[in-house]
Design a protein around this ligand. Structure first.
Ligand code: ADP
Length: 197
């Protein structure tokens, strides 16, 4: 089985492209969705986070308060590293199990949709890296529009990641999402046809 890591920069269009790949019949395994699942009440990552930060990190429903957790890790690199040490190995294990499950069914290729693949240094875990590219200016415009952010707020989020220009250097395939959706869809049609050959 070929494992393709799909990544991008915030608002470069990775989710849009993942949707197009699914429409072409390619299996996409979503790291964000798994990250949410492993933090659900009672799951082992949830238990470790509560043991570490106390029940103050929970909402009244027992759910991890993501905003509060975000505030803690945003200002404290040690806390961020600790959270990643709790969550990342589990996220990878679940993704890998899913890929193995599909491989057993005869699936020959899966897309692993991983927003921070390069920041996490997961390059070696995948066979190919596909990067969804849009210029920083376009990222900024789309992020502001999508999340209703000021320019300063949107820039802070963009700068919290490795730049998309840096990411391009390690990509095997670059999907240019600077144009309209039809242009991107045309690239995805070619890439998926080649994959499914
Ligand atoms: P990501 O998953 O990389 O954060 P999204 O796929 O959510 O990015 O795209 C960011 C925003 O830009 C969304 O609102 C999406 O609808 C819009 N968008 C994505 N691709 C294009 C495009 N080619 N042209 C115009 N808008 C786009």
């Amino acid at each position: 089985m070929i494992k393709i890591g799909l990544t991008g920069g915030i608002a470069s269009g990775k989710s849009t492209v993942a949707g197009m790949l699914r429409e072409c019949g390619i299996i996409v395994i979503d790291a964000d969705e798994i990250a949410h699942r492993i933090m659900e009440p009672g799951q082992t990552a949830w238990q470790e986070i509560v043991a570490w930060l106390g029940r103050e990190i929970l909402t009244t429903d027992g759910i991890i308060d993501r905003r509060r957790l975000g505030d803690i890790i945003f200002t404290d690199p040690t806390a961020r590293a600790k959270l990643e040490a709790i969550t990342h190995p589990r996220i990878w294990a679940v993704m890998n199990d899913a890929a193995t499950h599909y491989a057993a069914q005869g699936v020959k290729q899966v897309i692993l949709d991983i927003p921070l693949l390069i920041e996490c240094n997961w390059q070696e875990k995948v066979d190919e890296i596909w990067l969804v590219y849009a210029s920083q200016q376009l990222q900024l415009e789309r992020l502001q529009a999508r999340n209703h952010l000021s320019k300063a707020q949107a820039l802070a989020r963009i700068h919290a990641q490795k730049s998309i220009e840096e990411k391009q250097k390690v990509a095997d395939v670059i999907i240019d999402n600077s144009g309209d959706l039809a242009k991107t869809r045309a690239q995805i049609a070619i890439l998926s046809a080649r994959l499914l050959l």
